[in-house]
Design a protein around this ligand. Structure first.
Ligand code: NAD
Length: 322
């Protein structure tokens, strides 16, 4: 069984990756700014939560990262810590410190370990520009990145950095570029509104999704599967980056699908605004070839899974407003 370190592990992806690691009998360590198990408690048992080793480590503090990495000496690292699109827009310098310097710090520390760990990290489909930038054609691993946000530019920088760590130091890694990941625990960021609409509808609250255009939806359990499979792969080479596809839907279609599970959504959830600045038609053939073992989860199934967990949280009085 492997010891897996997750940076930013108190966040949304972190919770779902912990779920996968416990299901497979692995031992997790989490680094984050501070211990906040609220998302873990949505999908882990209290016993599992108690088993997570936690350390408060800021990834933008390279010395602290190096010392903590040597102490943890993990078999694999899943690097998720980062600031999202709105925060990077408001404060690009803070964004670069965490997203760029933080990623460099994690890679530098990983290469200094006595035995090179498996390494998977979160990039983003925000490395692409808008649908209009690509004449509304599908984009994929071979497409020219044209980030339209600081966040996307930082993620692209990290992908290039990862490739240099492979050529300079033989440190292999796998990066993933998802777009709109949804499910319990998704509560911050530009594309968090659809998940928050699910919670609002179940709570009988009005809610507005502030973009109407299409986006590519991937369920969190599927995304967690890719990170874990890559970090623990027996054979690792190079620094591939995988575009993560899913089901494309505009916000009206999302609300229609949600209404099949929560009929109140039709009246409660409104849609406003225009398109997202990130291309929605994502070609992920290389991802599917590399990770055939990871089960795809369609949007209807994923909304159903989300509703089921939110209903349980609501019954316990723990479902937060959208
Ligand atoms: N959620 C999505 O749909 C999506 C899509 C594409 C890419 N991503 C990327 O995946 C990663 C995980 O996303 P998420 O939705 O779990 O995000 P999240 O915001 O829920 O979690 C990020 C975590 O990083 C932590 N963090 C922030 N600054 C830190 C620092 N300096 N040191 C240590 N920890 C720090 C936060 O406290 C938080 O717990 C992020 O890098 C994000 O950019 C997410």
């Amino acid at each position: 069984m492997a010891h897996v370190l997750i940076t930013g592990g108190c966040g949304f992806f972190g919770a779902w990756i912990l779920r996968k690691l416990f299901d497979a009998g692995h031992t997790p360590t989490v680094w984050d700014l501070e211990l906040n198990p609220k998302r873990w408690l949505m999908i882990l048992t209290p016993d599992e939560v108690a088993k997570v080793a936690f350390a408060s480590v800021r990834v933008d503090d390279p010395d602290a990262v190096k010392a903590a990495m040597l102490e943890a000496n993990p078999d694999a690292v899943i690097h998720l810590a980062g600031l999202q699109v709105p925060t990077c827009k408001k404060d690009p310098i803070a964004g670069a410190r965490v997203n760029v310097i933080g990623t460099l710090a994690v890679f530098e520390a990983a290469r200094a370990l006595p035995r090179k760990p498996g390494l998977a990290y979160a990039s983003s489909a925000a490395v692409f520009g808008s649908d209009a930038d690509y004449d509304h054609q599908a984009v994929g691993d071979a497409s020219w990145p044209r980030p339209g946000t600081h966040y996307g530019a930082f993620k692209l920088c990290n992908e290039l950095t990862a490739k240099v760590f492979w050529t300079d130091h033989g440190l292999s890694s796998a990066g993933f570029r998802p777009l709109t990941v949804y499910g319990p625990g998704r509560d911050v960021g530009l594309t968090s509104f659809p998940t928050r609409a699910v919670a609002a509808a179940l709570l009988g609250q009005n809610f507005e999704i502030p973009f109407s255009g299409p986006t590519c939806y991937t369920h969190c359990a599927e995304v967690a599967g890719y990170f874990v499979a890559a970090a623990l792969a027996a054979k690792r080479e190079g620094a591939p980056v995988y575009t993560v596809g899913g089901e494309v839907a505009d916000s009206k279609t999302f609300v229609e699908k949600l209404s099949r599970h929560v009929p109140e959504a039709k009246a409660l959830v409104r849609v406003s605004g225009g398109d997202l600045p990130i291309a929605s038609h994502l070609d992920d053939k290389p991802l599917r070839q590399a990770f055939p073992q990871v089960k795809r989860i369609g949007l209807d199934e994923g909304i159903g899974m989300t509703v089921e967990i939110f209903k349980k949280l609501k019954a316990r009085g723990e479902l937060a407003a959208g």
